[in-house]
Design a protein. Sequence first.
Length: 425
Amino acid sequence: MENIKAPRGVRDILPDESWKWASIFDVTRKIAEDFGYREVHLPIFEQTELFSRGIGETTDVVEKEMYTFSDRSGRSLTLRPEATASMVRAYLEHGMASGPQPSKLWCAGPMMRYERPQKGRYRQFWQLDFEAIGSSSPLVDVEVIALSLEIFRRLGLSNLEVLVNSVGCPVCRPVYRSALQAYLGGHFESLCPTCQGRYDRNPLRILDCKVPTCRSITDGAPDVRDHLCEECRVHFDEVLKGLALIGAKFRIDKRLVRGLDYYTKTAYEVLSGDLGAQNAVCGGGRYDNLAEAIGGPHTPGVGFAAGLDRIVLTMEQQGLGFGKEPSIFATVVIADEGARDEGLRLLYELRKAGVPTDMDASGKGMKAQMKAAGAAKAAYVCLLGSSEVVKGVVALKEMSTGTQAEIERDRIVAELVLKAGAARC
Ligand code: AMP
């Protein structure tokens, strides 16, 4: 029988990588605290309507990329392709509007999209998702962008580019859409087939097409900023002013429209110069009409999602450290069977005292146990044979120097607690 493998585009995050993820979560959690965002855990599947109505029927995500299935009662459910719609659903469902506004929330978890897998693009990928729901202030847009940049700063990422734009609102976007269509209509035959398909349904997406002929056509396309209504223009100016005030470096990019329908006003993206084709490490913006689209009252909101897989890839590419890889501090090694029970007792005393400790469970010889201790990068080995048990001592070997000393059995746990504490500092 053929071995079963993980589905295409889906990968396992193995221990050599997952400790790096854990260190990024630690940094993120601290920044969330520093900015006053509280963590939530959201379901990984939702009613399909949440995404089709929230994200928009004509978006790539809804048209082509959702994992949708019927459950046993015939309900249409979808594995979440992103977290914003779920976050707004949770905000509405739990009456968070009655608390202090905006509600500042974050979550981390896997998202699922049926996309063509390639480096940095998977069918299950992880996002760090931050949302501030319930405020229309441009200062909250600034806060959200600043928060994402602070994550990258604390992780040490460099070679990033921050792109900012405004995609307008239901008042001014239709005006811009018509102006864009009028311009693109003159070049329709030269657009790629995908963009020809987008012309009626979603012409703004033509602006971020990567095909060279489409790009040279859109180079001359009207700029959304010339079509913003007064409210959107003032909002955008305030966002730009706030970003400049806090020293954020950014570039206004008229092509930036983002793939999801729910964006209004601010849209932004952070690109890495070290990732190749899939170079966006973070994207976000304002979505003042999303709550209404999913059946709630008008509720402004702004947020971002950063791709964890791509953050790790960029950090590796840039040779950045992830903090200290956790490893076993001590290994209990048994010289003979007469010491096994005492060894087991010592193992659990050390673990209870918070010293990361391991011991062979399969009856390996002493040489093999020592080798395993070396492979596990244990700092110390507690050697126990029948003679040590009788004498009431443990032979403590420091692996880096090879020096060995007899320590009284009653003192060994306290001694290792001290050493492990010092090693952590
Ligand atoms: P989006 O929700 O499309 O704006 O994506 C937000 C961020 O999630 C992107 O900037 C990427 O870092 C990450 N991302 C999106 N799609 C994928 C994918 N298929 N594989 C890996 N990361 C992704």
